[in-house]
Design a protein around this ligand. Structure first.
Ligand SMILES: Cc1cc2nc3c(=O)[nH]c(=O)nc-3n(C[C@H](O)[C@H](O)[C@H](O)COP(=O)(O)O)c2cc1C
Length: 260
């Protein structure tokens, strides 16, 4: 200790640090955004599947700082095509927006600390509804952690990559990967497009497909591990088992960024 350090000053610093450690931590809010607004649509079912998977993960993997997850459905916050007169990056307070729909959207987004965007792929891109909702604001997104879950016939990876780029553009802290929920077949795609029940269930962790690689195809047995094993594994696994594991692992990354 240097001679000119005042012991009461150190004591004060210690007291402040202890007070901070003992103060109850505020609960972070993480929003799962349903990015599609069609009627009918699969988006709400898939967004709910993502939310419930993450809530299940939350129960089994406690975070050092509490957080709560909830759904943000763009259908509950209808916005006309962007019509504010000023550039949102110049706006510092919700009251500076011209329209009440923008002020309401700004207040909602400001109340969250991080986001999981659940988006379909439309013609190799993400839907206009989510671009419009993002463009309305800027500082409300800025600096907050974000991740993307896409879905579609091939998983919607093209939409996810484009959306990640836009989220970086509003200065969000995006996870480096995304999760792609690929529809298993054409019948599923038809049901999704028509908003029919997809029977999505949270995949229990024990049903993760580990050790169930089996095949009865004699050629495959001769060939050793090959694509047939992968097909057999997939047939035995519940839908999106592997993707659910990826989802939880990327979500944990997002929570870690949020906790600093
Ligand atoms: C306008 C439109 C474009 C689509 N383009 C694609 C596409 O590029 N790739 C794909 O895999 N599926 C595509 N689909 C199929 C969607 O993945 C499927 O309809 C899904 O249910 C859309 O999500 P939603 O129901 O939440 O809107 C498209 C669907 C629509 C309505």
């Amino acid at each position: 200790m240097s001679a000119n350090v005042n012991p009461p000053a150190i004591e004060n610093e210690l007291t402040r640090a202890m007070d901070a450690a003992l103060r109850p931590q505020t609960t972070h809010k993480i929003g799962v955004i349903v990015c599609s607004q069609r009627k009918p649509r699969a988006g709400l079912q898939i967004g709910t599947f993502v939310l419930e998977t993450l809530q299940h993960f939350q129960k089994t993997h406690p975070s050092p700082r509490p957080y709560e997850l909830s759904l943000i459905d763009l259908n509950d916050h209808p916005l006309p095509l962007f019509n504010e007169p000023d550039v949102p990056s110049r706006i510092k307070s919700a009251s500076d927006y011209k329209y009440s729909h923008t002020r309401a959207w700004s207040e909602l987004v400001s109340s969250y600390n991080a986001f999981v965007f659940v988006t379909p792929q439309y013609n190799w891109g993400y839907p206009a509804s989510i671009k419009n909702a993002i463009d309305y604001l800027f500082n409300e997104w800025r600096g907050k952690p974000a991740m993307v879950v896409s879905y579609g016939g091939h998983g919607g990876g093209k939409a996810a990559l484009q959306l990640l780029q836009v989220l970086e553009g509003v200065n969000m802290k995006v996870t480096k990967d995304f999760v792609a929920l690929q529809f298993p077949d054409r019948a599923f795609l038809y049901k999704a497009a028509h908003g029919e029940n997809l029977n999505l269930n949270v995949v229990p962790e024990e049903a993760d497909g580990q050790g169930v690689i089996e095949t009865e195809d004699p050629q495959a047995i001769l060939d050793g591990v090959d694509a047939t094993d992968e097909a057999a594994r997939k047939a035995k696994e519940p839908l999106w088992a592997k993707e659910s594991r990826e989802l939880c692992s990327q979500f944990w990354e997002l929570v870690s960024v949020l906790n600093g």
